[in-house]
Design a protein around this ligand. Structure first.
Ligand code: FEO
Length: 171
């Protein structure tokens, strides 16, 4: 396997695993602050990021490359309010999109068309990830910083988490 492509995929494995732990930390924050629906949604999202990591691990192994599971930074564990949790989700997804674009760029430079084809799945996934985060932020803005608004927001997050779990189980 091309070493530059392999290095960029290994960097992404680390980023996806970090994203998983960050969303797990966010879920735990939501749970301890009374947002059970948001917690469930973020725990499910953490699992999705793990799946993104495993997909990359399997691909490197299928291509005869070497997987390197590297050290991870400590994720943030505290937020001042739920709006900031989801602002950070969007910011993180935008960062992941930039990284995926950079991986794709390496594939193009190295003429690794098989891997660029493999990365199409991630590119499409990022469209959904960013749009999902924006939808949640819109809902939070509509809810406003009122107890009633946030209560209904969290109920909706519980429904979204259940729908996302059902969707994953039929894939
Ligand atoms: Fe694996 Fe949410 O990016």
């Amino acid at each position: 396997m091309n070493t530059k492509v392999e290095a960029s995929l290994n960097k992404q494995i680390n980023a996806e695993e970090h994203a998983s732990r960050l969303y797990f930390a966010m879920g735990a924050w939501c749970d301890r602050n009374g947002f059970a629906g948001s917690a469930k949604y973020l725990y499910a999202h953490a699992e999705e990021e793990r799946m993104h990591m495993i997909k990359l691990v399997n691909y490197i192994n299928e291509r005869g490359g070497t997987v390197v599971i590297d050290a991870l930074p400590k994720p943030q564990n505290d937020w001042s309010e739920i709006l900031n949790v989801f602002k950070d989700v969007l910011a993180h997804e935008q960062k992941i999109t930039e990284m995926i674009n950079a991986m794709f760029e390496v594939c193009m430079q190295e003429k690794d068309y098989l891997t660029s084809n493999f990365l199409q799945w991630y590119i499409q996934e990022q469209v959904e990830e960013e749009s999902g985060a924006r939808t949640i932020l819109d809902k939070l803005t509509l809810a406003g910083n009122t107890q009633g608004g946030l209560f209904h927001f969290d109920k909706e997050m519980m429904t979204m988490a259940a729908a996302s779990a059902a969707n994953q189980s039929v894939q």
